[in-house]
Write a protein that binds this ligand. Structure first.
Ligand SMILES: Nc1ncnc2c1ncn2[C@@H]1O[C@H](COP(=O)(O)OP(=O)(O)O)[C@@H](O)[C@H]1O
Ligand SMILES: [Mg+2]
Length: 259
């Protein structure tokens, strides 16, 4: 077996300038990032450093001012179901049931009715919402809505899931539950995930890699490999509060972000 992994996403020296009042304002500058199959990359950085801009570039919602972004060998030029996106506030269709929301993407892609039903049944079960299949979004809690959003992204069977602060609006207990849930989904399905967060603990608890972004200009300062997610899965008694490596990584990231 070769140990050269395949990069699913390659961000190559990308800069984005937005139109300001007088001049072009740089949001991110010369950012490069590779995401390989099966990786869980967490991107942390202060508010306004360009995290969402980078995610939108990878999603194909906006185009870089300079540099290029590739999915495998292909340059990304528009949004595509192979890159599933989950936002902070779930963007569900209020007039559709939970099941219909999940089936929406495959249906648009002209997947057969039977196959759509199979997919929604499977992912409803995966996210623990089988009993809520015929409910509407307004009947669900925040955490449940976010699980529907995830199921909806997964139902397209994307090659990567891009998540922009998906748990920021949830209360602390629900957030930790959702993190455990996402970690299990990632491991079980060998998913590839890019998750943006401003919560360093969340990044360390989930990622296989943490990319640290700084502000003015928005740049990736450093990418570190971490293994806390595995530790949490392997050892039910694991407590990061007592792990000196964790404390070290956390304070290093905090220092970098607040500079
Ligand atoms: N559509 C836009 N037009 C002009 N400026 C923008 C736009 N979107 C974001 N910005 C600016 O670009 C910078 C990065 O924003 P963003 O990517 O949303 O950061 P983050 O997600 O890290 O908070 C910020 O200074 C923000 O004000
Ligand atoms: Mg943002």
């Amino acid at each position: 077996m070769s140990n050269t992994k395949e990069a699913i996403i390659s961000v190559d020296n990308v800069s984005v300038f937005y139109d300001g009042k007088q001049s072009k304002v740089p949001a991110i500058e010369e950012v490069s990032l590779e995401i390989e199959q099966g990786e869980f990359v967490c991107l942390v950085g202060p508010s306004g450093c360009g995290k969402s801009t980078l995610l939108k570039i990878i999603a194909g919602y906006i185009q870089p001012s300079q540099g290029k972004v590739f999915m495998k060998e292909e340059e990304i030029s528009q949004a595509d179901w192979r890159r599933g996106v989950v936002f902070q506030s779930p963007t569900l269709y209020p007039w559709l049931t939970v099941r219909k929301n999940i089936e929406y993407g495959p249906k648009v892609r002209k997947v057969s009715k039977e196959e759509c039903a199979k997919l929604s049944t499977y992912y409803l079960n995966e996210v623990g919402l089988t009993d809520f299949a015929d409910h509407h979004p307004y009947e669900l809690s925040g955490g449940m809505k976010q699980r529907v959003s995830l199921a909806r992204a997964l139902a397209n069977q994307p090659e990567i899931i891009l998540m922009d602060e998906p748990f920021s609006a949830l209360d602390a207990i629900t957030r930790v539950k959702m993190q455990d849930f996402l970690r299990e989904m990632w491991q079980k399905n060998n998913q590839t995930i890019l998750l943006i967060t401003h919560d360093i603990d969340e990044a360390l608890a989930l990622g296989t890699k943490v990319a640290i972004m700084s502000k003015n200009p928005g740049k990736i300062e450093k990418i570190i490999d971490v293994d806390y997610s595995n530790k949490i899965m392997m050892d039910s008694n694991y407590e990061f509060e007592n792990d000196t490596a964790y404390i070290h990584d956390k304070s290093e990231i905090l220092k970098m972000i607040s500079e």
